[in-house]
Design a protein. Structure first.
Length: 122
């Protein structure tokens, strides 16, 4: 139900489900003692067709978990950016970028002159 949740893991033994904001491509899933072998990781599949209402009037995205009505237009969810085709997750430290919008600004990350997200002194 939470549109910010894009990835989840589910433990078939304990029936515990955890939700995560990042796409499955945001990072790596690290197996540890806290993640039992009965756990399954998956995510929502994203395609350009889900974003056909981007920047149209809000009546086009009222029932749309991929876009949010902001200033009377359908726009990307928090911590995502428009790449010209669809809303993608903002990048973490070391992710490639073209501008600051591509980086997690809420984590003080900006896009460097070498086109990588990170904490840089400007």
């Amino acid at each position: 139900m939470n549109s910010l949740c894009r990835t989840f893991d589910y433990d078939t033994l304990s029936k515990r489900c955890r939700l995560f904001e990042g796409e499955i491509t945001t990072g790596q899933v690290n197996r540890s003692a806290s993640i039992p072998p009965t756990s399954r990781v998956s995510s929502i599949a994203y395609t350009q067709q889900l974003y056909l209402a981007y920047y149209q009037t809000c009546d086009r995205c009222q029932v749309n978990r991929y876009l949010l009505c902001i200033n009377n237009t359908c726009q990307c969810l928090p911590h995502t950016y428009w790449n010209g085709y669809m809303c993608l997750n903002e990048g973490y430290d070391g992710a490639s970028c073209q501008n600051d919008e591509w980086c997690r600004t809420n984590k003080n990350l900006t896009c460097s002159s070498s086109y990588l997200c990170g904490e840089f002194v400007h």
